[in-house]
Write a protein that binds this ligand. Structure first.
Ligand code: PSU
Ligand code: MN
Length: 314
């Protein structure tokens, strides 16, 4: 990635990779991918293998991947392999949500971007579809801690469609859905009327809207855009049946991880990474296998969606 296209100059801190810029200027399908999942969501080297595999899945489904991160003080949409490796290797990589961007840019830092920060960058670059694993949400005990992920506020204010597998039950899922409703975010189930719980396909919690195909969803996304609404669309795509974990298997492990986080006094932005790592440890890697499978599944569906959306505006 040596030269940057027409986007250079439009945004003072954003570089869009050549392939991504070319696809955008030709109205072709592009899928944004986040990078906190690489830097803080999975262990090395599985994180690097997954980051590469997810880009490949997006390509196989006819779209161009745009992994987004902060690299030495510059926001980037579209990473080369050296940048992916830099984010994946244990080292001096920060976690950037929206509130961290200015400070990290000012110090020339390298960071994985959360769903919130990635949505901001995607919107700035003109990318409308974004795939991830799970979003942040309202933490359990939020009535005391007020720990509510900035991902939810971003979904309420930035018009990007985010394909996820629901949210992990490390979070308070009913409160997460309530906050999304308050912020006016459409939550759409893919082939389901239930909000999936990341490792499992069901949570017992209904979602307001359901689609069966990427083509159906493209019409919804197009209507949201033409309405001029500022909100994103949250797409809840359940983990494939074959990869799902039994809820009673994972529930006890999540309880244990939450107790451990409490005991260790973990707070603020460290809570989510701590819980993710602890759940992975306690399942002996079974959760990691499920995590990889659902991300690939989301990347495939997001690419199909981006192709459909591109077809609508062609
Ligand atoms: N949930 C997951 N995997 C992840 C994350 C959340 O199952 O990797 C990451 C995402 O990048 C998400 C971020 O945007 O954690 C949320 O962090 P916080 O709760 O601090 O807002
Ligand atoms: Mn938090």
């Amino acid at each position: 990635m040596t030269s940057f296209s027409e986007f250079a100059g439009r945004h003072p801190f954003l570089d869009v990779g050549d392939e991504v810029a070319a696809a955008l200027s030709q109205g072709k399908a592009v899928v944004a991918l986040e990078s906190t999942i690489i830097s803080h969501g999975m262990p090395y080297p599985q994180n690097l293998a997954t980051a590469r595999a997810v880009e490949q899945v997006v390509r196989e489904h006819g779209a161009v991947p745009a992994t987004i991160a902060l690299i030495r003080g510059r926001l980037r949409a579209g990473l080369d392999d050296a940048a992916l490796e830099n984010l994946a290797r244990p080292g001096d990589v920060a976690k950037a949500s929206r509130r961290d961007l200015a400070a990290l840019i000012a110090t020339g830092a390298t960071a994985g971007t959360t769903v919130a920060a990635t949505m901001y960058v995607a919107a700035q670059a003109g990318i409308g579809v974004f795939a991830t694993g799970g979003i942040g949400g309202v933490h359990r005990g939020a009535d005391q801690t007020f720990d509510i992920s900035a991902d939810l506020i971003e979904l309420g204010s930035t018009p990007v469609t985010v394909v996820c597998a629901g949210a992990k039950s490390i979070l308070d899922l009913p409160k997460t859905l309530e906050v999304l409703e308050t912020y006016g975010v459409p939550v759409v189930g893919v082939g389901t009327h239930e909000f999936p719980a990341f490792f499992s396909r069901t949570s017992g919690l209904p979602v307001a809207h359901r689609v069966e195909t990427a083509a159906d969803l493209a019409r919804l996304v197009d209507a949201q855009r033409r309405l001029g609404l500022a909100q994103g669309v949250l797409v809840a795509n359940p983990i494939p049946q074959a990869d799902a974990l039994a809820p009673d298997e994972i529930d006890g492990i999540i309880e244990q991880a939450l107790t451990d986080a409490d005991g260790q006094g973990v707070t603020g932005k460290d809570v989510t990474p701590y819980l993710l790592a602890r759940v992975s440890e306690l399942t002996g890697g079974r959760s990691l296998t499920a995590n990889v499978a659902l991300i690939r599944n989301n990347a495939a569906f997001a690419a199909d969606l981006a192709v459909e959306v591109a077809g609508l505006s062609a």
